[in-house]
Design a protein around this ligand. Structure first.
Ligand SMILES: [Zn+2]
Length: 472
């Protein structure tokens, strides 16, 4: 079944196909701004995009997909954070890039093939702005900033249909802006391609034909996708919050510069609500992955919970939804163990037991239907109905979901299912028990510390002890 996704530009469900002659499918996904830890709303988008990447690999082959996701490592927020902390921009953005990578790894997201940074592509951004200047799509304001002239691009607003709405308001504002300051941009809807250096930017400035400054946010994605994927990309994705103005601006810059269609397909995932409300610091419902791990949940549990709602609908994230995901993971893991026991080795794989799961995912990423299919199949599964290749078919479904059941250990511990402690920990526990019987409290305490450090708790009873894995 061909992989189909809803295309935000044509507002229709369309199959995905590579345009390149070599059959490589090009996929660009807007990445994080690295000034703080990403929250689970951000991760909903990245996890959904990871499922897209996996489906593309299943459809076209792992070596026929090129995935690029950028890192925004210079903008107002990153510069402000560095200034507040008295650190260099590079130090701050490296810290949060590393943390983003660690969180993505924990969530089971495949790394993009190329992960370009904005500061690593200043040349490419300047070159692109230069072309836009030459073609009359951009102009330099008196302060040295360069703006994109929205009125120069007829296609502006096609993606967001913003033209009929906000642009009218914008034009009214533009009159006021021009009256207030003749040095400002010519129209309120124009947006910055190059921002002239301000004192608060500190050392974070680069030379350009228009003076010292830094690139605007939107131009980085246009420049980096052009460099790594070419003028036209097969699929461009991001959260719905990026649709306007970011993606609208990317289209304008790229199409005016390159004279070619920018993205052949646009996909946007919806917002995540927490406890029914929009996430915000003031409501205290802005969770990072670490916050949820501190509550005793495994990253894989968070991943499954984030995929339980349809990616193009708003999803309400609750702690209850994490508990439900935990139980579901346990069911999946036990089912896989059962399949592995009954699978006969060496038989040709011919089962289609879980094919429908991939079909649901291929039909606009219908993750709730795909999960429903998995659990109803598990519910009716019997050893007498088992077919050769069921394990492979199930593993393929799990691959598409990005769930590695071998990593599902924490939920089992949380639910009181005690996996066996490794021999080294058992030996430490034996030594401690002996020390305790001999009333050597110092030795017993030291051994307990070693056991804790190894990730286990030793629970004493009168007549013996038990070992339990510590919640992460
Ligand atoms: Zn972008």
């Amino acid at each position: 079944m061909a992989l189909k996704l809803y295309d935000s530009l044509t507002r229709s469900l369309r199959p995905l196909q590579p345009a390149r002659a070599d059959g490589v499918f090009t996929f660009y996904n807007c990445g994080p701004t690295v000034y703080a830890p990403a929250h689970i709303g951000n991760f909903r988008t990245f996890v959904v995009n990871d499922v897209i990447r996996r489906l593309l690999e299943l459809e076209f082959g792992a070596d026929k997909v090129k995935h690029v996701r950028n890192i925004t490592d210079v903008d107002d927020k990153t510069i402000k954070r560095a200034r507040e902390e008295g650190r260099s921009l590079r130090e701050v953005t490296k810290q949060w890039t590393d943390k983003f990578h660690a969180d993505c790894d924990a969530l089971g997201c495949l790394r993009p093939h190329v992960e370009p940074t904005a500061t690593g592509h200043i040349r490419e951004q300047v070159d692109m702005i230069d072309v836009l200047m030459q073609k009359g799509n951009a102009y330099r304001a008196a302060d040295g900033s360069v703006y994109f002239k929205v009125a120069s691009f007829d296609g502006y607003g096609r993606l967001s249909r913003v033209k009929e709405r906000e642009l009218q308001v914008g034009s009214a504002l533009a009159g006021k802006a021009q009256a207030a300051d003749a040095d400002e941009k010519e129209d309120a809807t124009d947006f910055a391609l190059w921002k002239s250096h301000k004192p608060e930017d500190g050392d974070n400035a680069w030379e350009s034909p228009w003076g010292r400054g830094r690139p605007g946010w939107h131009i980085e994605c246009s420049a980096m996708s052009k460099k790594h994927l070419g003028d036209t990309i097969d699929l461009h994705t991001g959260g719905v919050d990026l649709l306007f103005p970011h993606h609208e601006n990317e289209i304008a810059q790229s199409e005016c510069c390159n004279g070619a269609t920018f993205a052949r397909h646009w996909y946007h995932s919806e917002h995540l609500l927490v406890d029914g409300k929009k996430m915000s610091k003031s409501l205290g419902n802005l969770y990072t992955l670490d916050d949820l791990i501190a509550k005793g949940f495994a990253a894989t549990t968070v991943r499954l919970a984030l995929l339980s709602g349809h990616p193009r609908k708003q999803q309400n994230f609750t702690i209850d939804s994490l508990h439900a995901a935990e139980k579901n993971l346990l069911t999946l893991r036990r089912f896989r163990e059962r399949l592995a026991r009954i699978e006969r080795a060496g038989a040709p794989p011919n089962s289609t037991t879980f094919t429908k799961v991939i079909e649901h995912l291929s039909n606009d990423l219908n993750t709730p239907a795909a999960l429903g299919e998995i659990f109803s199949t598990i519910g009716t599964f019997s050893e007498s109905s088992a077919k050769e290749g069921d394990l492979r078919s199930f593993d393929e479904a799990m691959f598409a979901f990005g769930i590695d059941l071998n990593r599902v250990i924490d939920p089992l511990a949380v639910l009181g299912y005690n996996p066996e402690a490794p021999a080294a920990v058992t030996a430490l526990a034996e030594k401690r028990w002996t020390a305790k019987q001999a009333k050597d409290w110092a030795a017993a305490d030291a051994l307990r510390a070693e056991i804790t450090a190894a990730g286990w708790a030793m629970l004493d009873r009168k007549d013996g002890y038990s070992l339990e894995p510590l919640k992460k």
